[in-house]
Ligand binder design. Sequence first.
Ligand code: PEP
Ligand code: MN
Length: 344
Amino acid sequence: MILPKSHRLTPEQLNEVTAIVTEFGCKIQPIIGAVRTIYAIVGDERDELMMNRLEGLDYVERIDRIQSPFKLMDKRSDLATHRIKLGGVTLGEELLVIAGACTIDPKNPNYFYETAQAVKEAGAHVLRGGVWKPRTNPYTFQGDVKSLDILLEASRRTGLPVDTEVMEEAQIALALDAGVAVLQVGARNALNYSLLRQIGRAIANRPSTSVLLKRSIHMGPLNEFISAAEYITAFGNPNVILCPRGTTPTLDGYRNHPDESITPLLKEKTWAPVVVDPSHSVGKAAYVPAASLAAIAYGADGLCIEAHVEPAKGIGDDPKQSLTPDVLKKTIAQAKELWALRRR
Ligand code: PEP
Ligand code: MN
């Protein structure tokens, strides 16, 4: 829809816009109002170049897109009936809980084995554990491939499927070969389109593999988040879960700006399930239970929570953000109650 700066386009301007859209197989249909005439673009208006050319005209005030820019992630796409199953849960039908350590400590694997058992007992369906870590400071612990064996051993001991972050192609291959069920794309890489494409390609023929796509702190419009998911699903595997995890600017006292309130907005646009990460959002264990419940109240399909048997002995984010098993258990129980209440 073209909205001109003046009340209507001059005949020359109308000719110019008609010539542009014709080149892309579309037509112009004027809609004459009492005061103003607007111009519908009839045809497939998803072509970026056509829109850019129209937007560049100095007599055009604004172009409103009627069609969604994403073909697969759109709520109206054929995929809208697709359901993702994970750890015995069908997303959307039951609350999904992913929990576990931020970072696996390869020197002290027992902490992770005990954490894995504890999160299972607390009611989690998927075990998370960081093998490779994106650290702001290049001189801090960057993760260790040895932790992949620890993650898998914990999976064997508990029977829980596992989630870990991958940041490069070699890690994607290692994680998939090892049988990791959920590849996590972190906030720092959610805008790394070549990584998103590599992941999409790598899981194209693996219907039991899913992706937990974190929201980048640098993402503004929701379309940016949903389009990042489309980069992955475009290769054929639709198992992508959106994960708000706090954004920028930080709210004084919190690690990020909590963004669980975007869930209802996401759900107006996309069928993708939303699993909120309250741990990175607020960044302090004391605030995580409240943020978890807020996420459920806003309509989240699940939670991804950092937990550790002894947070103070953990590495990475665990000392400040991880819940102890008893707090995790209580939080999951309350989240389940709220989930049931919400759906009544
Ligand atoms: C994490 O899950 O430990 C992590 C690094 O998350 P994010 O990418 O959201 O910062
Ligand atoms: Mn973390």
